[in-house]
Design a protein around this ligand. Structure first.
Ligand SMILES: *[C@@H]1O[C@H](CO)[C@@H](O)[C@H](O)[C@H]1NC(C)=O
Ligand SMILES: *[C@@H]1O[C@H](CO)[C@@H](O)[C@H](O)[C@H]1NC(C)=O
Length: 379
């Protein structure tokens, strides 16, 4: 997150002067519609996506492909709430790696998973709070039918519960353990699998591993910690021809989480430190430190995986990427208690509006996509 600091400081400086920008149109629900290629707005889209990735325990880090819609609700000069609709792509990093999405490699077209996220980002400029209040995402794999037309040889996804998949994971991890000098690892779960026919069947797998209870040499078992958190993600393959079996494996270990593993959702960690310090009477009264909420924040959202659009007949009459983020249905909005973000004795609230429909989005939306192939862009 260190890299974001100059960007956000700069973005906030620009933002204060951007109020009368011609791209911003006030629509009936008092929401400003932003241009989806506005770098100030995109810097906040980056941040909310980091928050989403950090909040998740499962799946792969999502990267921003393009902003599809951006609205802002302002409460005075200090407070803004952004309503983001973002088109996203899965990267090759597992969320447990805690890697920022910009440091994660994207996936090749034939193994892409893409979709859309909606999120609400609350910004309090003087209290230096950037907080993603809620999010929801829906993802689907790229159309297998279209990929087979473009690349008949490409591996295609298979069910992770296929026994061949488990065999490939087990064999490749066994190879890793044989070559490992001391520590031994065991399989947590397979996170992705595909297969291909080339001179014989080939299986490609990705799976989480944890430290096994014993190391290679029995005598060191007593030093083994009982921790069972996944410690890394391995990519392996198993292929056969008539004569021989080929096994490959590479593992990437997550950076150590330190003693506060699982603490990543706190408001302070969510980025309040990224906002510039501004002198303000309220802040002086409260003191310079804002304590993180302790267990006041439940799950803030979820990521829904749907099947390939071609296989999903039930979707034909509905939206292809349904994402709902409705904190209220009251068109006038609702006050939401967010005192947990501030260590102040009084009640702090924010205004939450129904999530805006596409209808009044800026003509400059969606913005340009980093990966413009229509196969990985939600309609
Ligand atoms: C988007 O913004 C970047 C710079 O901020 C600019 O180089 C690019 O041409 C813009 N693209 C579109 C489609 O407006
Ligand atoms: C997020 O999506 C789930 C289902 O995918 C839904 O149950 C939940 O209500 C949604 N959250 C909000 C705040 O709308």
């Amino acid at each position: 997150m260190g890299l974001l600091l100059p960007l956000v400081l700069c973005a906030l400086a620009v933002g204060s002067g951007a109020t009368s920008s011609p791209q911003q149109v006030l629509n009936p629900s008092h929401l400003l519609s932003h241009d989806c290629n506005n770098s100030y707005v995109l810097s906040f889209a980056d941040i909310t996506l980091e928050h989403i990735n950090k909040d998740r325990k499962d799946g792969y880090v999502l990267s921003l492909n393009r902003a599809s819609d951006v609205r802002e609700y302002r409460e005075g000069a200090k407070i803004s709430t952004y309503y983001f609709t973002l088109d996203v792509l899965e990267t090759g990093c597992h969320v447990l790696s805690k890697k920022p999405w910009k440091k994660c490699e994207g996936r090749l077209l034939h193994e892409s998973v893409y979709g859309q996220c909606k999120s609400l980002l609350y910004i309090h400029r003087t209290a230096r709070i950037l907080y993603t209040l809620s999010y929801n995402c829906t993802l689907r794999p790229v159309s297998r039918r279209r990929i087979q037309q473009l690349c008949p040889e490409c591996p295609s996804p298979i069910d992770v519960s296929d026994p061949k998949v488990l065999e490939a994971a087990t064999e490749s991890l066994a190879k890793y353990n044989r070559e490992s000098t001391l520590k031994q690892y065991s399989l947590v779960k397979v996170t992705r699998a595909s297969s291909q026919w080339a001179f014989g069947p080939s299986y490609f797998v990705e799976y989480l591993i944890k430290e096994a209870r014993c190391t290679k040499f029995q005598f060191s078992c007593i030093f083994q910690s009982p921790a069972s958190e996944p410690v890394g993600l391995c990519k392996g393959s198993l292929s056969r021809n008539r004569i021989k079996t080929f096994v490959s494996v590479t593992c990437n270990f997550f950076e150590s989480q330190g003693p506060a593993f699982g603490d990543e959702n706190s408001a302070v960690d969510q980025g309040s430190a990224h906002l510039p310090k501004v002198e303000d009477s309220q802040q002086k009264k409260a003191g310079p430190t804002y304590a993180p909420p302790i267990a006041t924040t439940g799950p803030k959202g979820s990521v829904q995986y749907l099947p390939d659009l071609d296989d999903d007949k039930s979707q034909s009459s509905r939206e292809s990427f349904p994402v709902h983020l409705d904190l209220t249905t009251n068109p006038q909005g609702e006050d939401l208690d967010i005192s947990f973000l501030f260590s102040v004795p009084w009640r702090e609230t924010m205004m939450v509006l129904p999530f805006p429909s596409k209808e009044h989005r800026s003509a400059e939306c969606p913005g340009p996509a980093k990966e413009p192939n229509p196969l990985v862009l939600p309609p």
